[in-house]
Design a protein around this ligand. Structure first.
Ligand SMILES: *Cc1c(COP(=O)(O)O)cnc(C)c1O
Length: 397
């Protein structure tokens, strides 16, 4: 997954362009920039790559989610449905707006279970946030039917699935709003950064203004611009955008390396009858940033995970025991350990977390191992890794 593994001359050149004229900010200073507008250029590239009309860069993937929700008018007391298996950023971004994250079960796609989504809809529900976890996706047709039926916004957190597609469409471009992260470990990176993509002009304009203190970005004098509504600062810097501009040009190269490495590992593991793979919905093509597979039980999975670590197979995550990606270890959320008072609506809205049964999610996450695919491996390294993984799994089964 991490594009940083292959940093090279292109990244250096783009960053040097910025340093040479000294304008580290994406807005203003027109005279000094020598024609360099890295953030604007990267936004164009994002529009082309993800086949959408608009892209707004921001400072992180978490910011992208908050900005996207805010752009669609989601806020205090609104319920946003999202999966139990995701990165903590998903619920953080919702809570920042005073909205309520409603966590629901996943299925064997390791993403939102459409039946669980349908069951969680209430009169307060405003959005379904699908998280395209570990390089693959949910059944988007099913989620679109539900969102249309209940008149809900469908928003995609595609931070972990840059370059994956569903029925020919890039992930992130299927919902009304899509969010990406370009943090240091994502498929393409800016160091820190994120983006909101959409075909909705109003959402785009809102995101553009909201992420820069409400600036309307008309004219050439920032100080004279007006502020049609309140905003925050979620700007990306020109230096970060420059790194991303180099990286997005290399996305096809990264995806093809990932696919090659993923396929070798998968072929080897597929020879073990007890190993099964996550379901990829019909018409879906992963970005191959992770190889996800299931073992027969929690006990076996725990043992395999331990042996992988001990025997040098790094980057394979047993998310069931991980603090950051699965509801089981989110005590800080369940107990609402906030530094500052939380709105009462959110307190009330999160009470379900004390009692909810997530055994369906446990069933999948407890038996899942998610193995990061690296770009820098040689073919020999991948083959050796595959052999070792098979040997370890067989020794424990
Ligand atoms: C990385 C990630 C984010 C947040 O991105 P940051 O840029 O680190 O804020 C959000 N959701 C998912 C699923 C992620 O993997």
């Amino acid at each position: 997954m991490p594009g940083f593994e292959l940093f090279g001359n292109l990244e250096k050149k783009e960053v040097t362009d910025v340093l040479e004229n000294g304008v580290l900010m994406r807005y203003g200073f027109d005279g000094m920039r020598n024609g360099h507008w890295k953030a604007k250029e990267l936004e164009k590239e994002l529009q082309n790559t993800f086949q959408v009309n608009h892209a707004q860069l921001v400072s992180s993937g978490t910011a992208a989610i908050s900005v996207a929700l805010a752009a669609a008018g989601i806020g205090a007391g609104d319920e946003v449905i999202l999966p139990t298996f995701t990165f903590v950023a998903s619920f953080e971004a919702v809570m920042m707006l005073g909205a309520i994250p409603v966590l629901v079960d996943i299925d064997d796609t390791l993403t939102l279970c459409p039946k669980a989504v349908e069951k969680a809809v209430t009169p307060k529900t405003k959005a379904i946030m699908v998280v395209q976890m570990c390089g693959s996706m949910a059944n988007m047709d099913a989620l679109q039917i539900i969102s249309k039926k209940h008149d809900l916004l469908l928003i995609e957190d595609a931070c972990q699935a840059i370059g994956a597609t569903y029925k020919g469409k890039p992930l992130g471009s299927i919902g009304q709003l899509g969010c990406f992260s370009f943090d240091f470990v994502k498929t393409i990176t800016c160091g820190e950064g994120g983006a909101v993509i959409t075909n909705n002009k109003q959402y785009y304009t809102n995101a553009d203004h909201y992420s820069d203190h409400g600036h309307d970005h008309t004219g050439t004098d920032r100080g004279a611009e007006s502020h049609p509504f309140l905003g925050y600062n979620f700007r990306i810097s020109e230096l970060h955008a420059a790194v991303g501009l180099a990286q997005i040009k290399r996305l096809p190269e990264f995806l093809s390396i990932q696919k090659k490495n993923y396929s070798m590992l998968r072929e080897a593991l597929a020879q073990i009858p007890e190993v099964t793979f996550r379901t990829v919905p019909e018409g879906g093509i992963e970005n191959f940033s992770f190889l996800n597979f299931f073992l027969p039980s929690l006990e076996i999975t725990t043992k395999v995970s331990e042996q992988f670590s001990q025997q040098g197979i790094d980057g394979c995550f047993h998310y069931y025991n991980n603090n950051w990606h699965y509801v089981r270890k989110w005590a800080h959320l369940k107990e609402l350990k906030s530094l500052f008072p939380v709105p009462n609506e959110v307190k009330e809205g999160l009470k379900y977390l004390q009692t909810n049964d997530f055994s369906q999610s446990d069933h999948y996450v407890s038996r899942n191992l998610s193995c990061l695919i690296k770009l820098s491996w040689t073919e020999e390294q991948v083959q050796a890794r595959a052999l070792k993984m098979v040997e370890i799994i067989k020794s424990i089964l």
